[in-house]
Design a protein around this ligand. Sequence first.
Ligand SMILES: CC(C)(COP(=O)(O)OP(=O)(O)OC[C@H]1O[C@@H](n2cnc3c(N)ncnc32)[C@H](O)[C@@H]1OP(=O)(O)O)[C@@H](O)C(=O)NCCC(=O)NCCS
Length: 390
Amino acid sequence: MNNGSVIAAEGVHSMADTVKQGAGLRNVVAGESSLCWIDGERGILTYRGIDIHSLAEQSTFEEVVFLLHRGKLPARAELAAFSQELARERAVPAATTALLKLLPPATHPMTSLRTAVSALGGLDPDANDDSPPANARKALRLTAQMATVVALVDRVRKGRAPVAPDPSLSHAANFLLMLTGERPRPEAEKAMDMALILHADHEFNASTFAARVAASTLADVHGAITAALATLKGPLHGGANEAVMKTLQEIGTPDRVEPWLRDALAAKKKIMGFGHAVYRTEDPRATHLRRMSRQLGEANGDRRWFELSERLEALVRAQKGLNANVDFYSASVYHSLGIPTDMFTPVFAVSRIAGWTAHVLEQLGNNRLIRPESEYTGPRDVKYVPMDQR
Ligand SMILES: CC(C)(COP(=O)(O)OP(=O)(O)OC[C@H]1O[C@@H](n2cnc3c(N)ncnc32)[C@H](O)[C@@H]1OP(=O)(O)O)[C@@H](O)C(=O)NCCC(=O)NCCS
């Protein structure tokens, strides 16, 4: 039966109404997953059932990757072995550097990153092996390599020599070392580690869903992650953190927030870093990032970006009823860590690769091709008009 209407308890709705309610697949359960659970009404986020606040305060990114990939927290010896595995897989082939050098220096880092990760699909030792064990190896390798490639993207475009990873350092410290060429201070390493934990997974967000759609066709792991990277770039998703920093810089000083917001809302502009498809209350990740933004600003002796952010947050909440999301305070956090603004979204990928790869493995473990339907709104029964009669 497909007569354009659906029967619901309260009566008959047109299919178009149903599609409108679920526009952008909002409120549509599109599959099963045991990785991440969100309660948007109460602001709860869990990875494998463990609350994000406990993970942010007590775990490390390496532990979180183990948790997402292997389904449980690692014991001490398991974590040590896993950290060594990550360290072994961190290097990328020299061809990656050569490829990145072919791109114009003005290329957006997300475009460079997506290109490099796609190329790694051909350079990978398990290229052309899509067996479950090879896919698990590729998932771990890509998780280790993402930080290396992101750092490389920035160094190559600036004409700087790549910095080799240091196997004695954590994933977070390694990333900052490879990016800046300097061993990070302990508080910078801690902040980076926490940012990586907070961004590691988020249910069926747009980039993860893109990865799962690609994986569901039995495309290879690198292809699925390339699709995720392409999707993350957009300012409505991962690109928002970069857009937030540009907003803060455009505003400039806390006293300019009010007139700036008045003009932006009058022009019906979206305020980047606010609103969320799922959370109706504070995004639990924002709670930690707000604190980190304040602490890092104070440690740097520069509270300007935190104060400006806090002022904007208060006004947007009061005037629009919108809460800050994960991207809002991550902007000032990354800025305080000395990360260039257009590298913010690649930094998101350094973390989210953990979730993407876990979702790809989960999808492949119980696969069915993802293939929804559309509600057709075009004309029907249109006659074909031969060329000379048009
Ligand atoms: C994240 C986002 C895409 C969620 O979208 P959504 O759930 O589909 O919410 P909608 O876009 O339907 O928004 C509902 C209403 O709030 C408004 N709104 C939502 N976010 C807004 C924002 N950041 N600034 C201004 N208005 C906003 C919408 O314009 C819409 O108003 P309307 O009903 O009058 O048209 C949206 O909030 C957004 O674009 N935010 C800015 C980008 C961002 O920070 N993205 C990162 C997300 S983690």
